[in-house]
Design a protein around this ligand. Structure first.
Ligand SMILES: *[C@@H]1O[C@H](CO)[C@@H](O)[C@H](O)[C@H]1NC(C)=O
Length: 159
């Protein structure tokens, strides 16, 4: 039995060494909610996903989502607007620490037209957040307040 345990631990150690444990990303399921001046191609989450591809937001952790999108025209200013919906309640704004997508989030602005770029915002999942299923609405808006992308992302807050 002891040797079996050793083999399991060794396997885990090897997998972790090959970036299996850290730095992996899961592909989030999302629905478009009215992108007007661009397209969201994919959303990769650096935490754990459920089998359905929903983000599991663990309380007390810092997570990031890598949005790969393209803008229909050159954009000089991009701002994130995030809201959450629990059950039948309406969407409630979720204040971001850094809503400026052109600052400290992997993007270089101006963002050129029709070019795939990565935007990687960071989110703090506070311990005080309730353990609920939440529908996250993420809008990336340009200087005119028009959605470059709008995505609805199902998630769960877990402990
Ligand atoms: C996910 O990214 C955030 C922000 O860069 C980082 O603090 C966190 O440790 C990362 N999580 C994992 C599991 O790599």
């Amino acid at each position: 039995m002891a040797s079996l345990k050793y083999i399991v631990l060794l396997t885990l150690a090897v997998l972790c060494g090959t970036n299996f444990c850290h730095g992996t990303q899961c592909k989030l399921v999302f629905h478009d909610c009215g992108s007007k001046e661009g397209t969201l191609n994919s959303a990769l989450f650096n935490g754990t996903c459920s089998s359905e591809g929903h983000a599991l937001l663990k309380q007390g952790t810092t997570v990031s989502i890598e949005f790969n999108f393209q803008a229909a025209k050159t954009e000089t200013k991009l701002t994130s607007k995030v809201a959450g919906k629990i059950g039948e309640l309406p969407f409630v704004p979720f204040p971001l620490g850094n809503p400026d997508a052109c600052k400290d989030s992997g993007l270089t602005c101006p963002v050129p037209a029709n070019t795939n770029v990565n935007y990687q915002p960071v989110l703090e999942i506070l311990k005080s957040y309730p353990k609920v299923n939440v529908i996250v609405k993420w809008q990336l808006q340009n200087a005119e307040g028009v959605d470059v992308f709008c995505a609805v992302i199902p998630a769960s807050i877990t402990d």
